[in-house]
Write a protein of this length. Sequence first.
Length: 246
Amino acid sequence: MKTLLLNLPLFAEVTKIANDDYVGFTFFVGCMAMMAASAFFFLSMNNFDRKWKTSILVSGLITFIAAVHYWYMRDYWGAIGESPTFFRYVDWVLTVPLMCVEFYLILRVAGAKKSLMWRLIFLSVIMLVTGYLGEAVYIDQAWLWGLISGIAYFIIVYDIWLGSAKKLAVQAGGSVLKAHKMLCWFVLVGWAIYPIGYMAGTPGWYEGIFGGLAMDVIYNIGDAINKIGFGLVVYGAAVASQEKSA
Ligand SMILES: *C/C=C(C)/C=C/C=C(C)/C=C/C1=C(C)CCCC1(C)C
């Protein structure tokens, strides 16, 4: 019976996670957390009126897409023992634009235009594609691609903190302004975790500072904070706005 089970494809995939394998551990826990968060967002979605329902749905899609990629990344790490760079960036290139959509959805009540959303999406794609080029293709010039990526990141931070998005949030006030502020902090502080992971995992002048850290552990912590935390802020704003109007 035991050999029969172990020969089934499903069980054959299981690899041992060593006690000191923090990358393997955070992939495993991250996968579970993303799944639990998705169930939470999807199941609570219908408690809200139309305006907020879409925002909660997008929160759930972000964690669900991540859960699927974490499933693959966990196995990839277990089987091959290398950073699953490809899956990582495919995940990001899907989920980060969705976070830009989230900004737009929240500010729509204040009259945000679609052009704001597309501008943020465009910048985030530039940020991620140049990051991928530095991490996977032109590794010897990782610092240069990281710098270009960082500039795109900086423009996003500027746009939401001080640009047109900020003006719209101030106009809307109340729970919209509060949620916008919180999401702005996620982008300024939470997203800043990623360039640290990048510097830990690529060669460059910064190796002496971050070289000893495990890139994937940093990315995994960043993802848990940013994807689940970001979604919870949106959820909190929906609850607050619904309570006020009830
Ligand atoms: C859910 C995934 C998220 C929120 C991923 C965010 C990723 C970043 C903000 C990545 C930024 C990078 C830089 C600013 C410079 C170095 C290269 C990157 C791509 C790691």
